[in-house]
Ligand binder design. Structure first.
Ligand code: SAM
Length: 293
């Protein structure tokens, strides 16, 4: 099917905006058709082929804009020779790549195709737009200056806790895609691995029942242990809090250890930096220890 489509396309090129042949990565709405950008609409209308995850889903979007462009199912499990055939079309046609909703390549197919198209020196461009990950971050009320997008965690507890453990020391908000039936278990595992951080469960963004439920991981895991929410869900977990203040005993032990290696004034400086504490007070302590000997 892929080869026959490609054969067709390289002979019947209709010129309409955008005019340049290439691969167009087109973001589509995540729930509200009003979020389809003008450029996305023009590109889909002009495309010779639209690579889709599901022809029924994208068919509805095309209906909405009153166009009947040719669709072809694409995913990253297609063979290298299938991708080659698509790239042959990209050379002389406008090929748009969409996913069911949001931005292609973000927990969705497209990465291998973009990689191969660029390696072949073909024109690749993006028509940016909605993505649930970024939309949820903006609604979470959690720090947005540094974040890590993890996508879907594994569904089995052992693999999930291992993935979470790898994120534990990261000083960033964490973004996960989830579904209602796994949400309670995911939040419980996050609580046990990451500790009781602030978090948000953001649901049905841009749709009728959009909501952002914020709280600590213990509050959220209690709530969603009992309730399985419907619809599409993004979980955001805030960064770790400031480390707990070290005890006097810990600071003194570090100072004694440093004094074995360093002169007293340098030891006091090193430990003061380590625990963000007063260097002069530590130096006086070293003098007191010396006089007690
Ligand atoms: N590529 C898409 C994007 O950029 O948003 C994401 C695709 S991923 C296969 C689908 C997941 O995104 C859903 O399971 C859900 O976690 C999240 N999602 C998509 N639309 C959403 C919405 N309207 N509200 C909340 N989460 C959404």
């Amino acid at each position: 099917l892929i080869l026959s489509l490609i054969h067709l396309v390289c002979h019947d090129r209709h010129m309409s905006a955008p005019a340049q042949s290439g691969l167009y990565i087109v973001a589509t709405p995540i729930g509200n058709l009003g979020d389809l950008s003008r450029r996305a609409e023009e590109t889909l209308a002009a495309a010779d082929i639209i690579l889709v995850e599901d022809t029924r889903v994208t068919g509805k979007l095309l209906n909405h804009i009153g166009k009947k462009s040719r669709m072809m199912v694409y995913n990253d499990h297609k063979s290298a020779s299938d991708r080659e055939a698509i790239l042959d079309a990209v050379r002389c046609k406008i090929v748009a790549l969409v996913s069911d909703a949001g931005t292609p390549l973000i927990s969705d197919p497209g990465y291998k195709l973009v990689r191969d198209a660029q390696a072949a020196g073909l024109y690749v461009t993006t028509i940016p737009g909605p993505s649930a990950a970024i939309a949820a971050l903006t609604l979470s009320g959690l720090p947005s200056d540094r974040f890590l997008f993890e996508g879907f965690l594994p569904s089995k507890t052992k693999a999930r806790t291992e993935s979470l453990a790898a994120l534990k020391t990261l000083n960033a908000s964490l973004i996960f895609y989830e579904n209602g039936s796994r949400l309670g278990a995911m939040l419980a595992d996050s609580l046990s691995v990451l500790g009781d951080r602030k978090a948000a469960v953001v649901r049905e963004i841009t749709k009728r029942f959009e909501e952002a439920v914020t709280g600590s991981l213990s509050e959220l895991s209690q709530r969603y242990g009992a309730e399985k929410p419907k619809g599409e869900i993004v979980v955001i977990i805030g960064p770790p809090g400031a480390p707990e203040a070290a005890s006097d005993e810990e600071i003194e032990a570090a100072l004694r250890e440093a004094m074995v290696r360093l002169p007293a004034s340098k030891a006091a400086g090193e430990v003061a930096r380590m625990f963000n504490t007063d260097r002069k007070a530590l130096y006086e302590l070293t003098n007191r220890w010396k006089s007690e000997k």
